[in-house]
Design a protein around this ligand. Structure first.
Ligand SMILES: [Zn+2]
Length: 112
């Protein structure tokens, strides 16, 4: 099952993929080709991406912004201690792909 799915291709041809973050309960975007690309092992089922994914604020409301810092390794997501959600310090499996989380119909403000 694809837990790391293609999100979009930039005008310069670089590709961005996304995964469902169980800590933030939303998706995080990762560029996988092009000059700003992360390392990616090319597995959509058990992805490993490097370096870590740091998201400062996934909420459109500034008061609810939450830092999320993680490593994705072999299909599992390792949340570092400086994450500000309930899964900080824990390692969990990437969730099964949920289109409502990965591609919510009215999503705005999502950022890489
Ligand atoms: Zn997150």
């Amino acid at each position: 099952m694809d837990r790391f799915v293609k999100s979009y291709t930039n005008p310069d041809g670089s590709e961005v993929y996304r995964f469902h973050c169980p800590g933030c309960k939303c998706s995080h975007l990762v560029p996988v080709t092009g000059p700003k690309a992360w390392f990616w092992n090319k597995s959509t089922e058990k992805p490993t991406i490097n370096p870590s994914v740091l998201v400062n604020g996934h909420s459109p409301k500034p008061d609810e912004m939450t830092r999320c810092h993680s490593f994705v390794v072999d299909g599992r997501i390792q949340f570092l201690q400086d994450s500000e959600h309930e899964l900080a310090g824990q390692t969990v499996d990437l969730p099964d792909p949920n289109p409502e989380v990965l591609f919510p119909p009215d999503k705005s403000g999502e950022k890489a």
